[in-house]
Design a protein around this ligand. Structure first.
Ligand SMILES: Nc1ncnc2c1ncn2[C@@H]1O[C@H](COP(=O)(O)OP(=O)(O)OP(=O)(O)O)[C@@H](O)[C@H]1O
Ligand SMILES: [Mg+2]
Length: 368
């Protein structure tokens, strides 16, 4: 699956830009402030209806405009698809696939699965657990069709239980209903996450080896924690913790507290790794997901967005990363300030196109 045409209107400094990308490697060059990250943001919007730089829409929409629009044409599972995402300044918008209005961004995500690496991606390791849950759930969502429904039911029951905990006298019969609903979905979510994690961990370790992180023989280990005490069934735990939960006004344990941890020896990996090593570890995690997804759905594959690929990486590691991206056999968009930064980093036979961005205009360059 790859995008064959992209058209962007009124997104940041991209007033009206279009390109016909390569189905494989696309190198986006340009000076600071030219619009490179904005192009990746546009592709991300097409696959998720959201930006990765801002939770609000106003900063994304071009100053003076009330909406931004991204169109994409792609070939997916042998079929041509037209995607359209319009987002308005008031937070609304329209999502369309082949002209048909979509109620949820989930169908966009299934049609155009995007993987993203930016210079901020190290927060996957350093920040709170939410991005790590989102990371693992990206993988589970794309391989387990029941996951989204289950997760939505869990979230809705969690909201109801928390509402009950916060508002006065608790009706025990109502609490029983929500506990049962939570427990049923929690066990299922956990099973799906666990089986995905057991596939993911060895692929991450393989990529970490390829990336030559320089761990000097120290063992890198990944673990998944489900978010509640593994020895007690979740329904019993919910019963036992009612008093504590109602004092705090929310449910303290459950799949909404699941986490992923990466250790080197006994230490949390992030305490041991340099910024460049952290970036390589994040790349290993994301490439592992893309590789699993490719093996699971060869006809779909993911689109990889790598903003400022060269940042923090020496020439040797840039070359390894570029080779691994090519080996995925998916469509890749990488941004870079100067063309010589990635010269010689790609396999000589890699299919690629280069684009230059200047003041929001995108021009294809002659073949490298
Ligand atoms: N809402 C907006 N309306 C118009 N222009 C905007 C808006 N938001 C940001 N810009 C401008 O868009 C331009 C492109 O920004 P972008 O982040 O895409 O640049 P870039 O090419 O990735 O630069 P860098 O190499 O520094 O990362 C910048 O000049 C920025 O000031
Ligand atoms: Mg940028």
């Amino acid at each position: 699956m790859s995008l064959s045409r992209i058209r962007v209107l009124q997104l940041r400094n991209l007033a009206e830009a279009q390109l016909e990308p390569s189905p494989r490697i696309n190198i986006i060059l340009g000076e600071n402030g030219s619009g490179k990250t904005s192009l990746l943001e546009a592709i991300h919007l097409l696959g998720t209806a959201r930006s990765f730089r801002s939770t609000k829409l106003k900063p994304i929409i071009q100053t003076g405009s009330t909406d931004c629009v991204v169109f994409g044409e792609l070939l997916s599972q042998g079929m041509p698809h037209r995607l359209g995402v319009k987002r308005t300044i008031d937070g609304g918008g329209e999502l369309k696939i082949n002209g048909i209005h979509q109620r949820s961004a989930a169908t966009l995500a299934t049609t155009l699965p995007v993987q993203l690496i930016t210079p901020d991606s190290f927060t996957l390791l350093t920040g709170g657990s939410k991005p790590r849950r989102q990371f693992i759930d990206w993988g589970v969502f794309h391989v387990e069709h029941q996951f989204l429904g289950c997760w939505r039911q869990y979230q809705s029951a969690l909201k109801q239980r928390n509402h009950l905990l916060r508002h006065g006298k608790i009706d025990p019969s109502q609490l029983l209903v929500w506990n049962a609903e939570l427990a049923r979905n929690a066990e299922h979510i956990d099973q799906m996450r666990q089986s995905y994690f057991s596939l993911l961990a060895p692929v991450v370790r393989d990529l970490v080896d390829r990336f030559e992180l320089g761990l000097e023989g120290e063992h890198l280990s990944l673990s998944y924690t489900r978010g509640w005490d593994a020895k007690t069934p979740f329904i019993d735990q919910l019963d036992q913790q009612v008093d504590r939960d109602s004092k705090l006004g929310f449910t303290q344990t459950g799949p909404h507290r699941a986490d992923l941890s990466v250790r080197i020896g006994r230490d949390n990996a992030v305490e041991r790794l340099s910024r460049g090593q952290q970036k390589l570890l994040v790349c290993a995690l994301k490439l592992a997901q893309a590789r699993l997804f490719r093996d699971h759905s060869p006809a779909t594959n993911s689109v990889f967005l790598v903003d400022d690929l060269a940042a923090e990486l020496d020439r040797e590691h840039r070359t390894i990363l570029c080779h691994e991206l090519v080996a995925l056999e998916c469509q890749v968009f990488v941004t870079c300030i100067e063309s010589d930064t990635l010269e010689g980093a790609w396999p000589t036979n890699a299919v690629r196109k280069m684009f230059h961005v200047k003041h929001g205009n995108i021009v294809e360059l002659a073949q490298p």
